[in-house]
Ligand binder design. Structure first.
Ligand code: GCU
Length: 354
């Protein structure tokens, strides 16, 4: 295993030993490094004026309430949906699964039946409303509105995370939801985004990363030949990242951070990571490596990171620590069991205090 930047060592070489030192010195440093070298820096709060409008609510055939909210950001707008059980009220508030979706159809993107049956409401976020996930991205959407900034120009993952934080601003005042119980989730590019959203906005209580791979949960160092590398991702999909990331193609050992530190930024909040045994492109070993290494930051809070001793058993959910992990048999997709294992993990944190 190569040399990894140390989670608990500051840029000036000091070792961080307490929560306070972590929060005051090392956490902000790591966050700034991810902004500068991986995802690019989001605009400062207030740089883009934002307001919200309620676009109506319908009752779905299943009897759920589906509400649409529009977010106006300068001269552009994007939207998101809330799907809530009928019973949700200010007296019976529900925890929320916040999902980054890349299409526009909520029913296709989120297993609504399963999620609502588990007692959660859904906040579905079509990220392409903020930026279209294309090579031309920087000429449209939020980039056209806000520019890219300099010198740490933001990429689309940061743009989507910025949009998520605006939605989170709104969720603070929705009477039917438990604003301190919002779990952010996504699959693949949506999983990369979920991890960055979780790191950069501490109002998210919990994170689920499904097959997020390179630029997500998988480390950039120690890539085997089947796994997506910094070189391949930045040659095809550079627009997801800040400009600096591509400089590290083939030079991952020079990166001042690696993705285990992205997970560490979550501490002490719970994270659940799902890989696939055959999802080689997303590098299941690299994802597990991050989960194992990120535990150091959780230990500062007296919490265990990942609890996984002995040989990994596929399909088993390792949910005893604050970092949970499951490696599903199969490739780059999701199955109902991924969700059920995740909710078993999440319930311990989000539903325990009901
Ligand atoms: C591509 C990309 C991955 C990404 C995936 C997805 O395969 O190389 O990094 O995770 O698309 O989002 O589906």
């Amino acid at each position: 295993m190569g040399d990894y930047p140390k989670i608990l060592q500051t840029c000036s070489g000091e070792t961080v030993r307490t929560q306070e030192e972590w929060e005051r010195f090392r956490r902000p440093e790591i966050l700034a490094l991810f902004s500068a070298f991986i995802y690019g820096r989001q605009p400062f709060e207030g740089h883009i004026p934002v307001c919200f409008s309620y676009e109506g609510e319908e009752t779905t055939p299943q009897g759920w309430r589906k509400r649409k909210i529009k977010v106006r950001a300068g001269a552009m707008d994007f939207c998101f949906y809330l799907v809530l059980p009928q019973y949700a009220s200010n007296k019976k508030r529900v925890p929320i699964l916040f999902y980054n979706m890349f299409g526009w159809d909520v029913e296709r993107a989120v297993p609504l039946e399963l999620v609502l049956e588990r007692g959660y409401g859904v906040c579905a976020y079509p990220v392409k409303g903020v930026s279209p996930d294309s090579r031309d991205a920087f000429r449209t959407g939020i980039f056209q509105e806000a520019g890219r900034g300099d010198p740490f120009a933001w990429g689309e993952i940061s743009a989507w995370a910025w949009g998520a934080s605006r939605i989170m601003d709104y969720l603070q005042i929705v009477p039917e939801i438990r604003k301190d119980c919002v779990a952010v989730a996504g699959h693949s590019r949506g999983g990369k985004t979920a991890l960055w959203e979780f790191a950069s906005d501490q109002r998210f209580a919990l994170c689920l990363s499904l097959n997020s791979g390179c630029g997500g949960a998988a480390t950039s160092r120690d890539k085997n030949s089947d796994g997506e590398s910094v070189a391949s991702i930045t040659s095809h999909i550079a627009h997801w990242f800040g400009d600096a990331f591509q400089n590290y193609a083939g030079k991952e050992h020079l990166l001042p951070v690696d993705q285990h530190m992205l997970l560490a930024l979550g501490a002490p909040r719970p994270i659940y990571v799902v890989s696939g045994t055959e999802d080689f492109w997303a590098d299941p070993e690299g994802e597990l490596r991050s989960c194992r290494m990120a535990g150091e930051a959780y230990e500062l809070y007296g919490k265990k990171g990942l609890v996984l001793e002995g040989e990994l058993i596929p399909d088993k959910s390792y949910g005893d620590g604050t970092i949970g992990y499951r490696r599903r048999t199969g490739g780059h997709g999701t199955v109902p069991d991924d969700w059920n294992c995740f909710f078993d993990f999440a319930d311990k944190y989000l539903k325990a205090s009901e």
